[in-house]
Design a protein around this ligand. Structure first.
Ligand code: HEC
Length: 154
């Protein structure tokens, strides 16, 4: 347990690459929020937030499948909804307004890291090793956290 917690913080620091993540959730307001504001059109914001809610849902499903020892469905969900296969899924319908276009380099890098981590998790989960699967899943969650602690869109 302790080892994993340490690991996850290390990954967070690596992925966050020096961005501020000292947010004090209890007292945060506009003046103390040190996340970088990323400007995007309202339409793009809505798109991104919708995707984000699906990310969380996918994560929840993946954990439920892992808990039920159904590693191959966990892998399938991860690859399709979070992995590299999920990238550019909406390209045709977005008319150049997809969130990627508005993201600073570092944010994009964390985003790509998350997709890579999800695809890696899928491969590891397919191998059936639950312990390794949890470790790989931790990299995915650490990327979510790294981005959220560094960037905001409103
Ligand atoms: C590359 C950056 C990045 C990554 C990676 C990322 N997010 Fe987000 N996410 C954001 C930003 C920015 C917001 C909007 C914050 C704000 O409201 O300003 C957000 C918002 C959200 C929201 C709130 C949606 C809403 O309706 O407001 C959820 C839930 C969420 N993310 C889940 C996740 C999960 C789960 C993962 C990982 C599987 C993840 N995110 C990965 C950047 C990211």
């Amino acid at each position: 347990m302790h080892r994993n917690a340490t690991l996850s913080i290390a990954t967070l620091v690596l992925a966050g690459g020096g961005f501020a993540f000292a947010a004090d959730a209890g007292t945060e307001d506009a003046a103390t929020d040190r996340r970088q504001l990323v400007d995007m059109p309202a339409e793009t914001q809505a798109m991104m937030r919708k995707e984000m809610r699906d990310h969380l849902l996918a994560l929840s499903e993946i954990m439920a499948y892992l808990a039920a020892n159904d590693v191959s469905t966990a892998a399938e969900v991860a690859e399709a909804r979070l992995g590299r296969s999920s990238m550019g899924k909406h390209r045709g319908t977005r008319k150049g307004k997809g969130p990627g276009k508005f993201m600073p380099k570092e944010m994009k890098k964390i985003g790509h890291g998350m997709h890579d981590a999800a695809s890696r998790f899928a491969t590891v989960a397919e191998s059936g090793d639950l312990q390794k699967s949890y470790t790989a899943l931790n990299d995915v969650v650490a990327a979510c956290a790294a981005c959220h602690t560094s960037f905001r869109i409103r």
